[in-house]
Design a binder for this molecule. Structure first.
Ligand SMILES: O=C1O[C@H]([C@@H](O)CO)C(O)=C1O
Length: 542
């Protein structure tokens, strides 16, 4: 069955947290429309770029694009950008049930509000039951314009974006307008920023799909007084476990089961807070409304306290708790053909503040990789691949390194088709003393097994012996914790060119990513609609 959507993307003045600014909407909304489909359906999105002066591309995050690598939506990797005024048709199959998202993948446009949910229902029974299916997207929100942020990040001296002004739950937040002096810009009684309400019927069980598309922040998520049973992560069934507080990183999705089993005479807070960074952003709030209480009635209590921002242990504990559901284990191959270690560092290169992987800061070429590879345009990008590791004997991950040999490059990793690849994400100190950040890494075109997490420097000899090869969860986005490592395994079995990057929008923009290519000779004929930029213009619309 084909699900056909027609979307108009444009800039509009909106006040998601009561503060009026220009944001990007899909058919007038942010979050955009939810794509609702069944496993095996074809999604057709006719996307009109109405941004007037800006290019566009949309990534279907978590959808593997098997057989359609050109519709992954990663501008510069799999397609040329869509030009203002143009209509582009994305057409792909949603082959697996689960909770996914979509968002802009051109420049830093995601920050401006272009994102939404994809809900794919299964053809087979699921390993849990519930009465209602609901979803919530979490986001952090800035008042500065996206272009001002982008220009600041790529300026000398570097201008950091700072912490977000508010947190949005399903596109709604509440900024304290007394901090704004300009008239008519901030208005707390604007219905556009009335808090999100999740109405529940006492006694019923809700499947709540929670997605985070934050630009920067890692979040905690709570429903006051209610336990949440985690049952799905990034479209994969989880061996159920209970949390009061769910940690969620940008690019991740979870389903939790919540039973409306508390005192039904009142409402409760839904709350979200920044973790992993010393927060200045106020708690994001929504209302968990027990029918028939008035949906706008404030809960009689204060929102539950937030976890300490620097409590790494609790977050690690959740990471370790996520295992594949016992009835749905896909066993990883017991060994791998190649191990690539990615040392993540912040660097200064030619005066610019950037992020690097193995001392290489990534930048996008003018000619998208997929087209360059398929058409054999060999001067489209740096043909020397970045390194498979770093100097792990001598590198001190706990100190500020000068990384004087860091460089910028658009070289990529070639993976042999149908091989098994291990990726070790190795964290380190940033350019600030005693500081290591949390980075959620997202892989396009694949799910990977999460084999393990550890503290300190990854030990090539001993740590692999501790890998979970029995019931590792498969995901498409995973956190690398401060001063720690995360080990992943995946099969390079999806012909195409695929981005793998930090899902913090600012960090990818600052070079924190890589690209893998595999099985290019198996990629079918590229549609001419993805061409037109760089050296591809000769192939456009032939
Ligand atoms: O990329 C980043 O830059 C800032 C800071 O390191 C600048 O000094 C920060 O917190 C980031 O995550």
């Amino acid at each position: 069955r084909v699900r056909h959507y027609r979307w108009k993307v444009k800039w509009e003045y909106k006040s998601p947290d009561c503060y009026k600014k220009l944001i990007i909407t899909v058919n007038g909304r942010t979050p955009g429309p939810t794509i609702v489909a069944e496993e095996g359906d074809t999604i057709l999105v006719e996307l009109e770029d109405n941004l007037l002066t800006e290019n566009l591309a949309i990534h279907w995050h978590g959808i593997r694009q098997i057989g359609t690598p050109w519709f992954d939506g990663a501008e510069g990797v799999t397609q040329c950008p869509i030009l203002p005024g143009e209509t582009f048709k994305y057409r792909f199959v949603v082959d697996r049930a689960g909770t996914y998202v979509y968002h802009a993948h051109y420049g830093m446009q995601r920050v401006a509000g272009l994102y939404g949910l994809i809900r794919v229902s299964p053809r087979h029974p699921e390993p849990f039951s519930y009465d209602h299916d609901r979803s919530i997207i979490l986001n952090d929100w800035y008042h500065k314009s996206t272009s001002e942020q982008a220009i600041g990040l790529s300026s000398i001296p570097f201008v950091w974006v700072g912490e977000p002004q508010s947190l949005l739950i399903q596109g709604k937040g509440m900024f304290d307008c007394s901090k704004v002096t300009e008239l008519g810009v901030c208005n707390t009684s604007n219905p556009e920023c009335s808090p999100h309400v999740q109405t529940v019927v006492p006694g019923q069980t809700y499947r709540l799909r929670i997605a985070s598309l934050t630009s920067l922040s890692a979040l905690s998520f709570q429903i006051e007084g209610h336990d949440m049973t985690v049952v799905e992560a990034d479209g994969n069934y989880v061996e159920p476990f209970v949390v009061q507080n769910l940690f969620i990183y940008s690019g991740e999705t979870y389903s939790v089961l919540v039973k409306a089993d508390q005192d039904p005479s009142r409402n409760y807070w839904i709350s979200t807070n920044v973790v992993t960074r010393n927060r200045t952003t106020p708690t994001g709030l929504a209302i968990f409304n027990y029918y028939p209480n008035h949906p706008r009635r404030s809960p009689p209590t204060s929102p539950p306290p937030a976890p300490a921002w620097d409590d790494v242990e609790s977050r690690l504990k959740q990471s370790f708790a996520i295992k594949a559901h016992q009835g749905h284990i896909i066993k990883p191959p017991p060994t791998s053909d190649r191990v690539i270690v990615f040392l993540n560092t912040q660097n200064t290169i030619n005066g610019y503040r950037l992020w690097s992987v193995n001392n290489v800061s990534f930048n996008l070429p003018l000619t998208p990789y997929l087209i360059a590879l398929k058409k054999n345009i060999t001067d489209a990008f740096d043909q020397s691949p970045p390194p498979d590791g770093y100097d792990f004997l001598n590198y001190d991950i706990y100190s500020v390194a000068n990384n004087s040999n860091a460089k910028s490059s658009n070289g990529i990793y070639s993976l042999q088709f149908n091989t098994t690849v291990d990726i070790i994400l190795q964290n380190a100190n940033t350019m600030n003393k005693n500081n290591s950040e949390t980075h959620p890494w997202h892989l396009h075109g694949h799910n990977f097994w999460v084999l393990g997490y550890g503290k300190g420097k990854f030990d090539m000899y001993n740590d692999p012996r501790k890998y979970n090869l029995v019931n590792p969860i498969m995901k498409n986005t995973v956190a690398m914790h401060p001063y720690g490592w995360t080990a992943l395994r995946f099969r390079a079995d999806n012909p195409g060119a695929w981005a793998f990057h930090c899902h913090i929008e600012y960090h990818f923009y600052m070079g924190m990513g890589v690209v893998f290519e595999e099985g290019i000779e198996r990629v079918g004929n590229l549609p001419s609609s993805i061409m037109g930029c760089g050296q591809t213009n000769t192939f456009h619309r032939h």
